[in-house]
Design a protein around this ligand. Structure first.
Ligand SMILES: N[C@@H](CCC[C@H](N)C(=O)O)C(=O)O
Length: 264
């Protein structure tokens, strides 16, 4: 079977996007690993399927390189929005997301950050605004859901953390029954932060849209920054706006790299 794809990225967080509206397609875990493989496949941080929706312009499905399916992907939502038109509604496992293209950027209403321990989810009840746990110097993270699970550690220097070593250990800790995305953030001013991420099912990436939203919501929850802030990641920056009810909006760029066909 051959499948056409478009290779896109948001801030270097890259995707193989498959339009599955006419020709249905659900990758097996082995196919997902093959497509994501940077030497033998397309090479990407996530596989994205655009499917039909009865409630929105399209349904977006997200697969990590390990074959697991994710509920949310902020950077891919902007990419898919740019394919669907100036103002699109996208259904995901995390809910309906409204998007708007403004000049060359896309704004996405990413929904409400949720701080209930069952909503993250955690294995047992804990104060999610500062979990009483730590891993090798990383301690007291905020835990929350942006549709997908996130931990946010506030650190003095994001470059001093060995995220490649700690990320997989924290991601797979039994405290997180659905595993977790691991974010570290350094506050540089009341309106700007530096952010690095270890993504569940994917590893270190250049940027994570839902992670940047989680960072904004966590910092506002802890009253450490303004509600509008710029989140700088290795691949570039996103503008994050957190409303009083913790609904989060994200604005940033998208890029199309190339189109191709892969044999599966
Ligand atoms: N890159 C994404 C997040 C992708 C899913 C994540 N790895 C998960 O399993 O939750 C983003 O931009 O949000």
């Amino acid at each position: 079977m051959q499948r056409a794809f478009t290779k896109m990225h948001g801030l270097g967080n890259d995707f193989a996007v498959f339009d599955a509206r006419a020709q249905p397609f659900t990758p097996t875990p082995a196919q997902a690993r093959h497509i994501a493989d940077r030497r033998r496949g397309v090479g990407c941080d996530q596989l994205i399927l655009i499917e039909p929706s009865t409630r929105a312009d399209a349904f977006m499905r997200i697969f990590n390189p390990d074959g697991s399916e994710a509920e949310a992907c902020g950077n891919a939502t902007r990419c898919v929005a740019s394919l669907l038109g100036r103002s699109a509604t996208i259904e995901t496992r995390a809910g309906l997301l409204r998007t708007r293209t403004i000049d060359r950027a896309v704004r996405v209403d990413m929904g409400q950050a949720r701080f209930g321990w069952q909503e993250v989810p955690l294995a047992y009840a804990m104060d999610t605004s500062a979990l009483p746990v730590g891993w090798d110097g990383l301690a007291h993270p905020v835990a929350l859901s942006m549709g997908n699970p996130h931990l946010v550690f506030i650190v003095p220097d994001v470059d001093a953390v060995d995220l490649a070593a700690l990320g997989p250990v924290i991601e797979q800790d039994p405290l997180f029954p659905q595993r977790i995305n691991v974010n570290i953030v350094q506050i540089t001013s009341e309106t700007a932060v530096r952010h690095r991420v270890w993504e569940r099912g994917a590893g270190l990436t250049e940027a994570c849209g839902s992670g940047a939203c989680a960072v904004g919501a966590a910092l506002v929850k802890r009253r450490l920054t303004h509600a509008t802030l710029t989140v700088h990641m290795p691949g570039g920056a996103l503008l994050i706006e957190v409303a009083e009810d913790f609904a989060v909006a994200m604005t940033g760029p998208v890029a199309t790299a190339f189109s191709g066909v892969i044999k599966l």
